[in-house]
Design a protein around this ligand. Sequence first.
Ligand code: GTP
Ligand code: MG
Length: 140
Amino acid sequence: TDLTLTMIKPDATLRGLTGTILKEITDAKFSIVALKLIQLTSYEAQKFYAIHQGKPFFNELVEFMTSAPIVAAVLKKENAVEDFRQLIGATNPENALEGTIRKKYAESLQRNSIHGSDSNENAWIESHFHFSDKEIYDFL
Ligand code: GTP
Ligand code: MG
C-alpha cells in the first residue's frame, strides 16, 4: 500500500519542532491525508505499544509518550512505510544516518522525536488506532 502512520513525539512537540518536522515530511514528497494533535492516555499508549509490553523500557516509554501532546498523521506516498523509515533514520539517533529526522532532532534512544509504522499491516492498524475511516482523506 501507499500509507503509513507517524507520530511526532513529546520531545519534539515540547521543543516547538512540529512545523519543522512536518515540513521535512512534505519536502520528502509525503502527502498528509490525516492530521491531529492529541495527548495520549496511559491506556492508549500501552495499547499502541502493546508489542513492547514486558520489555525493560516499556513503562518509561508509556510515561514519555503521555507526557505532552503528540501529532499523529497518516502519510501517503508510493512505498510509504519503507521510504518513511529511511527518512526518519535508526531508532537510536546515534546510529541514524546524516540528514535523517532522528539524526537532526532526536535527543536520545527514547526521546527520538518521531514514529513510523514498520509494516503495511501495522500502518493500517496504527492509522485506525488514531483515525476513523472518514478522517483519512483520499484527496491527494
Ligand atoms: P517507533 O517508530 O517509535 O516504533 O520506533 P522504532 O520502530 O524505531 O523502535 P521500536 O518499535 O523498537 O521501539 C519503540 C520506541 O521505544 C522507540 O522509538 C523508542 O522511543 C523506545 N525504545 C526502543 N528501544 C528502547 C530502549 O532500549 N530503551 C529506551 N529507553 N527506549 C527504547
Ligand atoms: Mg516500532
